[in-house]
Design a binder for this molecule. Structure first.
Ligand SMILES: Cc1cc2nc3c(=O)[nH]c(=O)nc-3n(C[C@H](O)[C@H](O)[C@H](O)COP(=O)(O)OP(=O)(O)OC[C@H]3O[C@@H](n4cnc5c(N)ncnc54)[C@H](O)[C@@H]3O)c2cc1C
Length: 382
């Protein structure tokens, strides 16, 4: 457990989050994946429990939770797999960006419903030919007869099938911007995307904007603000959340394995007494402890507005997602045939953790940012 890194108040908060998720969803998370979309009662529950708006500033209608409280929420949600925390995360990425860079109009007309969780947000960056390199996006905002018109296609939009409001990244006259679009805006076409390896109930969508007219006040931020300010803001929150949900998945794998290793016998001894099993378990346990420290360190830096926060968040996202990927595979191995059951949280973590190494910046993209920063930090210190 992570308790030794938390204050008494944080421990209590974490206990509440774990209980909330366990009591409601422990026995049913495995049923979510069939339809490719979380059941509506789960989405509603997140809103009713205040989870969707939890980390938004109280002044904008949110819960005002600090980074560690939000992280512990993602960790608890991550025990079910990555789908449920991803709902809260994409909503949060969208709403946090708006809370920081939106106008008074956005604060008055859009944020209260996002903070209250009565409307769900999603974030539309990726296009068929632009993923890691978002400077290549071609979705365009153009002025025609005094009207603003949006055209283009976004893909792999998490909860695109369900969200009410989209933050869409575009270019206008070669400059990158963002704008808000409601799902019921004429010209918005939402199509489910096919079966995926992980995040199977995340309602992925391809969204086409075809001659979609938007109001001038729907534009977010200044011209050319998107690549340097808006997207980094969204990813700052998204990567922090992903690190913590990966930690929850890893904790869940360990928790599923431990009793099995104590009680399952092979060749006359419990599995935990076999040397090769001990190697896998020790590696998993050591990385799990390192992952807890990195997540807490990232959250504390984020909360303190520490200039090192971006780097700490990148390190946490990078390490914990890789650890979740490696050790969920070990956990499936250790559980043997019971590890491949659809009911097993470990099997779900095995599929979902691979996806976490791709979203919010692939491993390679994070390495491009981290490696020079790590080397330069040594130069500065010596
Ligand atoms: C389940 C799921 C949910 C998603 N949800 C959302 C969402 O809600 N909103 C959204 O906008 N997008 C979403 N995405 C898209 C996701 O953000 C992109 O898939 C991701 O950014 C990678 O982009 P890409 O798939 O186009 O890969 P590419 O950018 O084409 O990269 C392909 C490979 O090349 C590597 N690569 C690229 N450039 C370099 C380089 N310079 N050096 C070394 N290697 C490089 C990458 O690391 C990767 O391994 C989602 C994706 C998935 C799978």
């Amino acid at each position: 457990m992570i308790d030794h890194l938390l204050t008494p108040g944080e421990r209590e908060h974490h206990g509440r989050m774990l209980k909330l998720v366990r009591d409601r969803w422990e026995d049913s998370a495995h049923t979510w994946e069939g339809g490719g979309m979380l059941p509506e009662e789960v989405v509603r529950w997140c809103g009713e429990q205040g989870l969707l708006g939890a980390a938004l500033p109280a002044a904008t209608g949110g819960g005002g939770w600090n980074a560690i409280e939000a992280g512990l929420m993602y960790e608890a949600l991550g025990r079910t797999g990555a789908t449920l925390p991803s709902l809260v995360n994409v909503h949060g990425m969208m709403a946090q960006t708006l809370a920081k860079w939106g106008t008074a109009w956005h604060r008055e007309h859009v944020l209260p419903a996002l903070g209250a969780g009565t409307r769900v947000g999603a974030i539309c960056m990726t296009e068929p030919h632009a993923g890691s390199d978002l400077s290549a996006i071609t979705t365009s905002l153009t002025e025609k007869d005094g009207r603003l018109v949006l055209d283009g296609t976004k893909v792999y939009i998490t909860f695109g099938r369900r969200a009410d409001d989209f933050l869409v990244f575009v270019q206008r006259d070669g400059k990158h911007e963002a704008c808000l679009v409601r799902r019921d805006n004429p010209g918005v076409i939402i199509e489910p995307m096919g079966d995926v390896l992980g995040l199977r109930a995340a309602g992925l969508a391809r969204i086409t904007f075809s001659g979609c007219e938007i109001a001038p006040e729907a534009v977010v931020g200044k011209p050319d603000f998107a690549l340097t300010v808006l997207i980094p803001t969204a990813l700052h929150h998204g990567r922090h959340a992903v690190a913590w949900m990966a930690l929850g998945m890893l904790e869940a794998c360990f928790a599923e394995c431990a009793p099995f290793l104590r009680t399952r016998e092979a060749f006359g001894r419990p599995l935990i007494e076999h040397g090769q099993v001990q190697t896998m378990v020790t590696r998993m346990g050591a990385d799990l402890e390192a992952a807890r420290h990195l997540c807490v360190s990232a959250a504390r830096a984020m909360e303190a507005n520490d200039p090192a926060a971006t780097e700490r968040i990148l390190l946490a996202k990078y390490f914990v997602c890789r650890a979740a990927q490696e050790h969920s595979a070990s956990a499936v191995q250790l559980l043997g045939s019971s590890g491949v059951s659809e009911r097993s949280v470990t099997a779900r973590a095995y599929r979902d953790s691979k996806v976490l190494t791709i979203i919010e910046g692939t491993e390679q993209i994070i390495e491009r940012a981290l490696a020079p920063a790590l080397v330069n930090a040594v130069g500065r210190a010596s």
